[in-house]
Design a protein around this ligand. Structure first.
Ligand code: GLC
Length: 494
């Protein structure tokens, strides 16, 4: 057989295998409907679920005790701290009362050992957080250290906690990589406050605990100049905050009467005091942990079981968020290699570049370059894979890798549309007012930087039960600095 013929056949086999894999990543309109309906069912179940049921694996639907939304006129000077998936941020926020704010911040990358080392304790983590807080005050606000003036702080803690009041909550489980066992079941506000006190910062009072989605929701309400106002005849209303970054999650406003999991007396008390709604942190990363409806490939199973720090949980997040997009691609590529279809220059798996054989070494940023590469011979892709994985590729291989990247990101965005469509449908906000429109505050690296992610969500929304008409009324807005400003807003009402 001639060289050309062999080459064509090899590419043909790879191309066919890749098409089959891509097929598994497609979500049909029927599937969008099925998933959205199941999401609504799961929300209702979660709202009624007793907190103490340890075996419950459904949607957490956590009450946040935030019972009102800002309108942009709030003012004051507050502190905020934000422990996310990759960074810890401390900021001071000055709310100016006119939808505007100014913010000073110090961002630190969480040291690897706090994430990786299983022997690390809560004390080590919170000592580190307090140390960074002190560094921030020393640099930007030494006056508070000297005069001891009291300062309110909101703490954005972007992990599932059982919130018992606006200012307290115990960690249910870590997500996004942390493994520190002794934090489970502990009140994270108490831990942080203790270490602030120990390091001489008792003038700081941590008065509010907020999930990053709650912060994003509130800060979008504060910043949106459309909030409740008439814009060319329509009323635009912020209805949700969501994150598509390292992790994914969303928060929205629910009628208190529907939050059946609140103790009866507490619900009655809230209603009596005139409160009608409460922000709910859905923790939608944990949607369908029993895999009754989520599309599941063998790669998803492997990633969850072999490589993730919380097997069996947050299975929706593992198909959607930035932490997993690259890992899905890595697993597909390894499978194709094992089947003798790609990277034929390597004779065995031991000879592959170690970055390709190491979990979580392929970042979603690399996928974002490949997604939009239209350079001749896909040179951008070649460079990106070479730089990130030290892996040389042929043009034929790159064509197939690009197909895979686009299938993985499309599935992620289509799935991302499911909870949005479900919340819009369940709350009925799209039909609340004639010509009413809604805004969704979004934050996170994927929604902000992944090329086309927002438009893919929009395509999927049009295919979901809200249809093209609902999709047209829905605005996906980037809410910058959500967790800092949002936590400050929570602290303000506390
Ligand atoms: C994970 C966390 C959740 C957070 C989300 C986005 O899903 O469990 O609390 O909101 O990541 O950061």
């Amino acid at each position: 057989m001639s060289f050309d013929k062999v080459h064509q056949e090899t590419h043909g086999r790879l191309s066919k295998a890749v098409d089959d894999v891509c097929e598994e990543f497609v979500l049909s309109p029927e599937k969008m409907h099925e998933l959205t309906n199941f999401f609504i069912e799961s929300m209702e179940k979660g709202l009624g679920q007793a907190k103490e049921d340890a075996d419950y694996r459904g949607l957490p639907m956590i009450p946040t005790y935030v019972t009102g939304l800002p309108n942009g006129t709030e003012s004051g000077m507050l502190l905020a701290a934000d422990l996310g998936g990759t960074n810890f941020r401390v900021c001071s926020v000055e709310l100016k009362g006119n939808h505007k704010f100014s913010l000073l911040q110090m961002k630190s990358k969480i040291p690897e050992e706090l994430l990786e080392d299983e022997t690390v304790t809560s004390d080590a983590l919170f000592t580190y957080l307090a140390r960074r807080t002190l560094a921030f005050l020393n640099k930007y606000h030494p006056e508070y250290l000297q005069n001891g003036e009291k300062l309110k702080m909101g703490f954005t803690f972007s992990y599932p906690v059982n919130q018992t009041s606006l200012s307290s909550g115990t960690l249910i489980r870590w997500t996004k990589g942390f493994k520190i066992k002794d934090t489970l079941g502990k009140d994270v506000v108490k831990l942080y406050q203790k270490h602030l006190d120990d390091q001489g910062m008792s003038m700081i009072r941590v008065v509010a605990l907020a999930n990053d989605t709650v912060g994003t929701f509130l800060s979008h309400c504060y910043c949106s100049e459309n909030n409740g106002s008439l814009t060319s005849g329509e009323i635009v209303e912020p209805v949700m905050g969501c994150i598509f970054g390292t992790g994914t999650n969303g928060a929205y406003l629910e009628k208190i009467e529907n939050v059946k999991k609140l103790p009866d007396e507490q619900r009655a008390e809230l209603l009596q005091s005139g409160k009608t709604h409460m922000v709910i942190n859905t923790e939608w990363g944990s949607f369908d942990n029993d895999l009754k409806h989520l599309p599941t490939t063998r790669y998803d199973i492997d990633i969850d079981q072999k490589f993730s720090s919380n097997p069996g949980f947050h299975l929706f997040e593992k198909r959607v968020s930035g932490m997993f997009l690259g890992e899905i691609l890595r697993n597909v590529l390894l499978d194709l290699f094992r089947r003798g279809l790609i990277f034929g220059q390597y004779t065995s798996e031991d000879h592959l570049p170690h970055r390709l054989t190491t979990a979580f070494e392929l970042s979603s940023e690399v996928l974002s370059h490949i997604e939009i590469d239209d350079s001749s011979q896909l040179r951008e892709t070649e460079l990106s894979i070479l730089q990130s994985l030290r892996l040389p590729t042929t043009y034929d291989e790159r064509i197939e890798i690009q197909k895979l990247v686009r299938a993985i990101s499309r599935r992620s965005a289509y799935l991302a549309a499911v909870p949005i469509a479900a919340i819009l449908t369940k709350t009925g906000v799209l039909n609340k007012r004639y010509h009413g429109e809604v805004e969704i505050g979004c934050d996170g690296s994927v929604v902000e930087y992944y090329p086309g992610f927002r438009s893919m969500i929009r395509h999927a929304l049009a295919l979901s039960p809200i249809g093209p008409e609902g999709e047209r009324k829905t605005h996906l807005c980037i809410a910058k600095d959500g967790s800092g400003v949002g936590a400050a807003l929570c602290a303000l009402v506390a």
